[in-house]
Design a protein around this ligand. Structure first.
Ligand SMILES: NC(=O)c1ccc[n+]([C@@H]2O[C@H](COP(=O)([O-])OP(=O)(O)OC[C@H]3O[C@@H](n4cnc5c(N)ncnc54)[C@H](OP(=O)(O)O)[C@@H]3O)[C@@H](O)[C@H]2O)c1
Length: 312
């Protein structure tokens, strides 16, 4: 069935892969940007472009009302240099302010607009990279809680993710907890740091992460839209792995030298607690539910082959 889909945040790394997949399936897509200069990009991707500020309830209400969608997809984040400045793990809470606001106020504005316009289904971006609860095994399902990382600079961000899950699932929608993205433009910043040998392994690199290729993240999103899915889904590849495996492989695929090793005490001083927790205690995620319930099939089941293809 052809659907009218509203993609809030159509110009981001994921939006740029998602919009063409929706269009290819025959859906009518309206997609947003905060910048009139990017409307042409959205049109090239096959969407009707609209300027919208996700932090302004009136702007969101008007954009949704004029698009009259069947489904709203929330892909707004503020992590680009343009929106948040240079990534800063040590001051994660300061750097994450735009994204936290988009995940709290922005989500609430979209849900209010959905209700006002009679849109029955919302799909929103969640996160399943290293943030599984830090107890028990290294790989978590949707039944395991996310870690709120209380007492660290990541706490506000983790609370914002919980807010998205609470309100979107509460409204009958789906939250797709995407792993760390790789694919066109998604890891350029990290690769640059690895090349400059400024992305070391911390401690023994025992913390797990989950990755997902942007095109697989987009195809899972299309399935969630078409099936009007409800609930939380981990959208990650088949291969959660510790930093001691994925980081040296990323470096090798990017033609960089092997990452240096830094003891945890020194990393804590230089990069802060969040970086240490991520690389030594992080928990990855299982995608079994998304495969089973959405019928999701990955084109890039493992970052091991995926990095080789994308970073060569
Ligand atoms: N490895 C990873 O997991 C990962 C994941 C994502 C991104 N990244 C890195 O982060 C960089 C930025 O990624 P990105 O382009 O996806 O993020 P982004 O620039 O934060 O964009 C996400 C989307 O949200 C929109 N947006 C931002 N602020 C908004 C607001 N106030 N109201 C409404 N919409 C708003 C953006 O629109 P406009 O900018 O068009 O206004 C864009 O469409 C990338 O270059 C990539 O290297 C890494």
């Amino acid at each position: 069935m052809i659907m009218r889909v509203f993609v809030a945040g159509g110009t981001g790394v994921l939006g740029r892969r998602l919009v063409p997949q929706l269009v290819a399936r025959g859906h009518q897509v309206t997609a947003t940007t905060t910048s009139a200069a990017k409307l042409g990009l959205l049109e090239q991707l096959g969407a009707a472009g609209v300027v919208m500020d996700g932090l302004d309830a009136v702007s969101v209400g008007e954009a949704v009302a004029s698009a009259r969608p069947d489904t709203i997809v929330h892909q707004m984040t503020g992590i680009s240099v343009a929106h948040a400045g240079k990534p800063d793990l040590k001051h994660f809470d300061r750097w994450a302010v735009p994204t936290v606001r988009l995940r709290t106020e922005g989500t609430d504005h979209l849900l209010a607009a959905a209700q006002a316009t009679g849109v029955s289904h919302v799909v929103a971006q969640g996160y399943a990279n290293w943030n599984g609860i830090r107890e028990g095994g290294w790989v978590k399902t949707e039944n395991d809680p996310l870690d709120l990382h209380e007492g660290t600079a990541a706490h506000t961000s983790m609370k914002a993710l919980r807010h998205v899950e609470d309100v979107v699932v509460g409204a009958g929608g789906a939250v797709l907890r995407y792993g760390a993205f790789y694919g066109p433009d998604a890891v350029d910043d990290q690769v640059e740091l690895v090349r400059r040998r400024q992305f070391p392994l911390i401690g023994r690199g025992t913390g797990y992460a989950s990755w997902v290729h942007l095109d697989d993240a987009a195809s899972a999103t299309v399935l969630a839209v078409e099936q009007k899915a409800g609930g939380v889904f981990n959208i990650v590849d088949d291969d959660p792995a510790p930093a001691s495996e994925w980081l040296p492989h990323l470096a090798a695929c990017a033609g960089a030298k092997r990452p240096m090793r830094v003891p945890t005490w020194l990393a804590r001083l230089l990069a802060g607690e969040v970086a240490v927790v991520m690389m030594t205690e992080g928990r990855g995620f299982s995608n079994a539910k998304a495969k089973r319930e959405l019928g999701w099939e990955l084109r890039h089941p493992s970052w091991r082959q995926g990095f080789r293809k994308e970073l060569a």
